[in-house]
Design a binder for this molecule. Structure first.
Ligand SMILES: Nc1ncnc2[nH]cnc12
Ligand SMILES: [Zn+2]
Length: 346
């Protein structure tokens, strides 16, 4: 697997490297890298079909979303105790520190751990420890998104929503992930109504593999304030105009879209067209351990393959501040950090 190093970055990405940024679409299980995966599998005696980092990474060759999800859930099955979740979160927050991702919103999927008998309290105990260290260590800002698995029945999602009630303060929002095509937003209307009653902000994956009508339905039936992916909006002119007029954010994940064959290659990606049409699109890494790059590598791909300009890059960063599930005062602080950086690095 190729990891772009800083020396290989073009001038726009080098400028972005030190810039304060936000990442809004990151599955914490998707940040579990091969060495940590193998370490935890050995610790818990979980047998996996690979025994070296090279073998793990050779398996990351996907034909669609489902072929990825099969490996993703297998990988997450090695996470068993609070120390594992601590290490998982610590590893990702270290990436935030190195890449100047000053604010991140992280999807946590507790239903993934239920087959292993792991309770949400154990998960959050580990995450809390890592987040507290990053906050006190370098002022990291973190939001957690309680993300549901749409291949499971809505009744099970509702049970998890209730089980999460004692931990309500840990989460800023709910989300909806996993296999999209056969599991439309319409199936989850009660879940979203119940989450809204509890005061969660609302987001959902839509229009990644699923049709533009799923984006429309996530907006109309689930009342989401943000769409994860949403790239297939490009197929529906009316929807595009609506998303632009409402500044309804899309958390786009370029490397993910290529690795999961939504696009044949990065030159086909339409993110900059969406940006130029006035949509509030943002750049994110989705599952960086599986898709060959963190946030900065996603920006680097846009520079290399789509000739992203400095102006476009800055707009993408500002969009992520606008789209964050933060109070206005917190967004103003992010903008202030950005202004300070731009004064030093015009
Ligand atoms: N790209 C993706 N789409 C849907 N569910 C996911 N879970 C982790 N990554 C995902
Ligand atoms: Zn995702």
């Amino acid at each position: 697997m190729r990891h772009v190093t800083e020396q290989q970055f073009g001038p726009v990405t080098q400028w972005l490297a030190g810039m304060p940024k936000a990442e809004l679409h990151l599955h914490i299980d998707g940040s579990l890298r091969a060495p940590r995966l193998l370490q935890l599998a050995a610790k818990h005696g979980v047998s996996l079909p690979y025994s070296s980092v090279e073998e793990v990474e050779a398996a990351y060759n996907f034909s669609d979303l489902q072929s990825f999800l099969d490996l993703y859930y297998l990988g997450a099955s090695v996470l068993r105790d609070a120390d594992d979740f601590y290490l998982l979160m610590k590893d990702y927050l270290e990436v935030c520190r190195v890449q100047n991702i000053v604010h991140c919103e992280i999807m946590v999927e507790p239903q993934t751990y239920l087959p292993q008998g792991v309770d949400l309290g154990v998960v959050l105990e580990g995450f809390d420890r890592a987040i507290a260290e990053a906050k006190s260590g370098w002022g990291q800002s973190v939001g957690l998104i309680l993300s549901f698995l749409r291949h499971l029945p809505e009744a099970e999602c509702l049970e998890m929503l209730t089980a999460a009630d004692p931990y309500r303060a840990h989460f800023c929002a709910i989300g909806l992930a996993s296999a999209e095509r056969d599991f439309p937003p319409a199936n989850f209307q009660t879940l979203y109504r119940e989450a809204a009653k509890r005061g969660y902000a609302l987001t959902a994956h839509a229009g990644e593999e699923g049709p533009p009508s799923f984006i429309h339905d996530a907006l109309q039936l689930l009342s989401v304030a943000r769409i994860d992916h949403g790239v297939r909006a490009i197929e529906d002119e009316y929807l595009l105009n609506q998303l632009a007029a409402d500044r309804l954010p899309l958390t786009v994940c370029p490397l993910s879209n290529v690795r999961l064959c939504v696009y044949d290659d990065m030159s086909q990606h339409r993110i900059l067209d969406l940006l130029d049409r006035g949509l509030c699109v943002t750049v994110n890494s989705d599952d960086p351990a599986y898709f060959g790059g963190d946030l900065l590598e996603n920006f680097a791909a846009l520079e290399t393959d789509l000739s992203m300009s400095k102006e476009q890059a800055l707009l993408l960063v500002r969009n992520s501040f606008e789209a964050a599930f933060l109070q206005n005062e917190e967004k103003n602080l992010l903008e202030k950090q950005l202004q300070d950086y731009l004064a030093r690095n015009p």
